[in-house]
Ligand binder design. Structure first.
Ligand code: 6PG
Length: 470
């Protein structure tokens, strides 16, 4: 190995950075990684597959000195200030045309700012979403690059090699200009939040409503994962129910405190959807429910004031109802996220190719699912479709599960089991497919108290009326 010949560099050798770098090395690239914590550089080298070229260094300069030109490097550090700190350290060490990739979950507006800043200095900067967790990084993640197209062409061989493959097709593609990569990853995470919320509600319906044991829940989710809901999240849910706690021997899931953490990407998705605006109530609800879950002490207090009655649901067909509700809610989660991407792409001028987004999500990422295949076919036929629900093929998938979804939600509400994610999916659907909504009344009220005007159904123009009874 000559002094300057490493193909790719990684800044930040936490588990994601290390695993992605080892994955690159396994695909024949010589790689070099830097972390301030020198033990991580050593851990990187000792985890390398024999015969691969992997080096860990203790300074950024050592790494940059040994990368081939133009340099290609990725940082995988926590979002926010750490990314700006790395950029500040890099600037004096970079040469013109070097390519710096931020592979973390940065907010897309930060990525836009950094892109401009780096471009002014003559460097290429790319925001790239990477999904799949630790295991995905090591064996094949889904990768969502955006930004500088020329820079993408130069890093594409590495990203294509390490990405997950579906029928030999790599789960990576150029997904748009500017901060498109991080925008797509943000919406991916919003959908992730939504599906996880829906699964937790189905768990509650079966556990509280019908007394399902963890072993039974394991069987239910395992079966669902063999059919039309085959997906990573359903698959790992089945696994969760059979994991035992090392400390007590109980089911581990029963020993976990019911407060869900959040690093913010779901909230960002909702915030941006409100700004656009585009309706994504399942994602909004998922974010809100994590917040409610964090209010553990208040919930305990409230539970004493409002004691629960029986949560029992009597229905021999409950598993099927819940299956259909989850299937429906999951489809609606993608529908909402994809509609957001479609609008954001035009509003924020990102040129996001929707068919490529769903193609890239088919493997490697947390929201991979058999549903992505039909979505891919729909967007391939109609790349600018504003909402998946408007496609007849999607309609034929949604229609058969609506009735059971209604029943599952009704039964959950009657039993006092919170099912607001499923209900948000259904109410969104019911509103979206209503040719007429009661919002004419809202317009009348607005005009009554604020002279905000209204439009009429029988003639064009803007109207105002004096509403107070004479
Ligand atoms: C992925 C995940 C990953 C991360 C989530 C967790 O695609 O691999 O989305 O990026 O695990 O962001 O997010 P929360 O901590 O907010 O649940």
């Amino acid at each position: 190995m000559t002094k300057t010949s490493y193909h790719f560099g990684m800044i930040g050798l936490g588990v994601m950075g290390r695993n992605l770098l080892l994955n690159m090395a396994d695909h024949g690239f010589s790689v070099i990684g830097f972390d301030k914590d020198t033990t991580k550089g050593q851990a990187l080298e000792s985890a390398a597959t024999p015969g691969t070229v992997v080096k860990g260094v203790a300074t950024l300069k050592e790494m940059l000195d040994q990368l081939e030109r133009p340099r290609r490097m990725m940082m995988l550090v926590p979002a926010g200030q750490p990314v700006d700190d790395v950029i500040a350290e890099l600037i004096p060490l970079l040469d013109k045309d070097d390519i710096v990739i931020d592979g973390g979950n940065s907010h897309y507006t930060d990525t836009e700012r950094r892109l401009k800043y780096m471009a002014e200095k003559g460097f290429h900067f790319m925001g790239v979403g990477v999904s799949g967790g630790e295991q995905g990084a090591r064996t094949g993640p889904s990768i969502m690059p955006g930004g500088d197209k020329d820079a993408y062409e130069k890093v594409a061989p590495v990203l294509v090699a390490v990405s997950a493959k579906v029928n030999g097709d790599p789960c990576v593609d150029y997904l748009g200009t500017g901060a498109a990569g991080h925008y797509v990853k943000m919406v991916h995470n919003g959908i992730e939040y939504a599906i996880m919320q829906l699964i937790s509600e189905c768990y509650a319906l079966l556990k509280l409503g019908a007394g399902y044991s963890n072993d039974q829940l394991h069987e239910v989710f395992k079966t669902w994962n063999e059919g039309d809901m085959k997906s990573f999240l359903v698959e790992i849910t089945a696994d969760v129910f059979i994991k035992k706690d090392d400390l007590t021997g109980n089911s581990l899931v029963d020993m976990i405190l019911d407060k869900a953490g959040a690093k913010g990407t779901g909230k960002w998705t909702s915030q941006d959807a409100l700004d656009l605006p585009t309706p994504i109530p399942v994602i909004d609800t998922a974010v809100t429910l994590r917040t409610i879950s964090s209010l553990k002490d208040e919930r305990i207090e409230a539970s004493k004031l409002y004691p629960a009655g029986s949560t029992h649901i009597s229905d021999n067909n409950l598993v099927q109802l819940v299956h259909d509700a989850l299937h429906f809610g999951t489809m609606i989660s993608y529908v909402q996220g994809m509609a957001q991407l479609q609008l954001a792409s035009s509003e924020w001028k990102m040129e996001i190719p929707l068919e490529k987004v769903v193609r890239v999500w088919r493997g490697g990422c947390i929201i991979r699912s058999v549903l992505l295949e039909p979505f891919y076919q729909v967007y391939t036929a109609n790349p600018t479709l504003s909402n998946l629900l408007l496609d007849s093929r999607i309609a034929s998938m949604v229609a058969p599960v609506i009735a059971n979804t209604r029943l599952a939600i009704q039964k959950g509400i009657a039993a006092g089991i919170p099912v607001s994610g499923l209900a948000a999916a259904l109410s969104y659907f019911d509103a979206y497919k209503s040719a007429n909504l009661p919002t004419n009344l809202i317009q009348a009220q607005r005009d009554y108290f604020g002279a905000h005007t209204y439009q009429r159904i029988d003639r064009p123009g803007i109207f105002h009326s004096e509403w107070q009874p004479q």
